[in-house]
Design a protein around this ligand. Structure first.
Ligand code: GRF
Length: 218
């Protein structure tokens, strides 16, 4: 789509292991893009250290300094705008974004969620899957809208649940996350996937056949 590398802004709140997977996928040329900036709403997020170690510009916009979500989102927007991002990647970013923010960057914001959406939006997904005695679990990459974990789905990754320990299950899901998120970002950066009228469309038909990808049904 673009005759240039995609400009990517990544929003984090914590450990940043998905950020690391994306940094690695850019350095091994899986993704034709560059991380213009990493922004955290949490000053002690370990992901900031990962950004520094990779010489990536990093900024803290602490939500606690803003009395309203709109105020925080406005400040965030101001920080992001100068980078003219093609893709805004939420990687463990623990804030719900306002309508104004989403409209401003319409069709450009994606998120990764550790469940097979629409099952288990929100927190503690691994615990819920185990308690419900689900046989399968997994991860979803989706475009972001104004509702929690409910935008159009880009791709999902599935695994068989073979443990009753949520920490173990979380670890297994993380392993899937590190494959699927860079892959989907690479599709978008190449212009092979985009969102139109709330529908994900594929310009590369090979990808369409793969949308539920990385089935890891050991
Ligand atoms: C991941 O499990 C992701 O699915 C969820 O938040 C977690 C972030 O982990 N949205 P990390 O900060 O990337 O290590």
């Amino acid at each position: 789509m673009w005759n240039r590398r995609a400009s990517i802004v990544i929003l984090i709140s914590g450990n940043g292991s998905n950020l690391q997977a994306i940094i690695d996928a850019i350095s091994n040329k899986q993704i034709n893009g560059y991380i213009a900036c990493v922004i955290s709403n949490n000053e002690s997020a370990y992901g900031l250290e990962r950004a520094k170690a990779a010489n990536i510009k990093n900024i803290i916009v602490d939500h606690k300094n803003f009395p309203s979500r709109e105020g925080f989102d406005k400040a965030l927007l101001k920080k992001i705008e100068p980078f003219s991002p093609d893709i805004i990647v939420l990687a463990g970013f623990m804030r719900i974004l306002s309508q104004t923010f989403i409209e401003k960057f319409e069709g450009k914001i994606i998120n990764i969620h550790p469940s097979l959406l629409p099952k288990y939006p929100g927190l503690n997904t691994h615990d819920q899957a185990i308690k419900a005695k689900d046989k399968i679990h997994g991860v979803t990459v989706h475009y972001v809208n104004e509702h929690l974990d409910s935008g159009a789905i880009c791709a999902q990754s599935i695994l068989n649940i073979k443990t009753s320990n949520p920490v173990e299950l979380e670890h297994e899901v993380h392993m899937l996350e590190y494959k699927i998120y860079p892959e989907v970002i690479s599709w978008i950066a190449r212009g092979d996937m985009r969102i139109n009228n709330n529908k994900v469309t594929f310009l590369n038909k090979d990808i369409e056949n793969e949308v539920i990808i990385f089935e890891d049904l050991r």
